[in-house]
Design a protein around this ligand. Structure first.
Ligand SMILES: Cc1cc2nc3c(=O)[nH]c(=O)nc-3n(C[C@H](O)[C@H](O)[C@H](O)COP(=O)(O)OP(=O)(O)OC[C@H]3O[C@@H](n4cnc5c(N)ncnc54)[C@H](O)[C@@H]3O)c2cc1C
Length: 389
């Protein structure tokens, strides 16, 4: 039934969305090609939290064994008032996965991507690294695209898994919502041997300050502390992504300076409000991952949702339907969950960045009270996410 769109699938982007899609297709006997603008040895990143919904997909992809060598299992997320160090709530994470599952873990993103690339290569997925792709347009038989070095390509189906700022998304959504920078993130990797004991608690720790927050967790088997500090973007100050300027804006983080003093790597990221692009697909082009729904990391779900997308898109494409029906199936399976996810993530931005004063105190009191009396209220905010697809 018109399934020749599976003959020559091109996936743009070797991130979590693109790799999950390629591996899932390959496991069903469909070989695709991944075009990635970076070189193979430059697919890094810093720490990443993989939540049970994402780790279940990774298990289905067949990478559980190598992952166990790089994954640090997380037992709890603890939220603290940064000003007083008072615990606001703690979420036990073992309730969201079975004992033998990978569950909630943290790791270095670059190592996770390497494991997925190896798996994809073993399954015969073709990779074209160092190719920055620009789509040329639609044709009745497929889609043409070229790379920045002038090479021309053709595919029966083009998947835009090219992340935030996706060029492919811009073709489908030329009048798409223009993003205003909302937040700025300062990230650092610090060897734990260089830290004082008080600077490193187990699990994922979320320190909430007026209008700012800080997340820390261990990666590389606890040898490295991943630090993510986030505050609103100040339009008059943060014109350049200079780490020193960005750092100076974190006025409540007395210990951020000392925490990052021994960082082996520091990066900055601009963050934007979560949205879902209006046009998911057109003709023989479809979006997934951040290209479809960029979202800030306040619930650590951008990468996890990207993997869910890749998995569901592969199963929709292999459903013996014509292309439009297959892509509509993908959309119908993902839309409700993604809309809820974006809504929750944006509301978490508000919760994490209250300015202080009455609302700040009210939030802290509510969290502390819920933690002591109805912890199920807190878990219910996360359980639908971690339960997965
Ligand atoms: C500070 C911070 C912390 C985060 N923490 C978490 C977390 O803990 N957990 C979580 O799940 N998510 C987290 N995220 C979000 C997560 O990183 C993204 O949502 C996720 O990486 C999206 O995956 P993707 O495959 O859609 O896109 P990407 O990972 O962005 O991959 C896109 C790929 O496409 C390539 N590409 C782009 N354009 C082209 C082109 N024209 N031609 C060829 N290749 C191209 C890029 O080089 C890249 O390799 C965080 C994000 C930030 C900023």
């Amino acid at each position: 039934m018109g399934k020749n769109y599976l003959d020559n699938i091109a996936i743009v982007g070797s991130g979590l969305a693109g790799l999950t899609l390629a591996i899932s297709l390959a496991k069903k006997g469909i070989v695709s090609t991944i075009y990635e603008k970076e070189n193979e040895d430059n697919l890094g990143g810093m720490g990443i939290q993989i939540t049970p919904n994402g780790s279940r997909i990774l298990s289905k992809l067949g990478v559980e064994e190598p992952l166990r060598e790089i994954a640090s299992k997380v037992e709890s997320i603890t939220a603290l008032d940064g000003l007083t160090s008072r615990r606001l709530f703690s979420l036990e994470l073992n309730q969201f996965s079975k004992g033998d599952e990978l569950g909630y873990f943290t790791c270095h993103r670059g190592k996770l991507i390497r494991i997925l690339c190896n798996k994809a290569m073993d399954l015969g997925v073709r990779f074209c690294f160092g190719k920055k792709i620009t789509p040329q347009g639609l044709s009745p038989h497929g889609v043409g695209f070229s790379s920045d070095d002038g090479e021309e390509f053709h595919a029966s189906l083009l998947i835009g898994a090219d992340g935030y700022g996706s060029q492919i998304s811009q073709i489908l959504n030329p009048a798409g919502e223009k993003h205003k920078t909302d937040f700025v993130a300062l990230r650092g990797l610090v060897p734990t041997e260089k830290l004082r004991k008080t600077e490193f608690a187990n699990g994922v720790n979320l320190y909430m300050y007026p209008a700012q927050h800080l997340v820390t967790y261990g990666i590389d088997m606890g040898k490295v502390l991943n630090v993510v500090a986030i505050r609103p973007f100040e339009h008059l100050v943060d014109t350049e992504m200079d780490p020193e300027t960005i750092k100076a804006g974190f006025k409540y983080f007395q210990f951020l300076e000392s925490l990052l003093a021994n960082a082996t790597e520091i990066r900055t990221n601009l963050l934007y409000k979560g949205i879902i692009q209006p046009q998911w697909f057109a003709g023989k082009i479809c979006l997934c991952g951040d290209a479809l729904h960029p979202m800030p990391p306040f619930l650590a779900q951008g990468g996890n949702m990207a993997m869910e997308d890749g998995w569901v898109l592969a199963s929709s494409l292999c459903n013996n339907l014509n292309l439009t029906d297959a892509l509509n199936l993908f959309k119908s399976k993902r839309q409700q969950r993604l809309e809820r996810m974006v809504k929750y993530t944006n509301s978490q931005a508000w919760i994490n960045h209250l300015q202080g004063g009455l609302m700040y105190q009210l939030r802290n009191t509510t969290m502390t009270l819920a933690d002591r009396t109805v912890p199920s209220l807190i878990s219910s905010r996360y359980s639908w996410i971690y339960k997965g697809i």
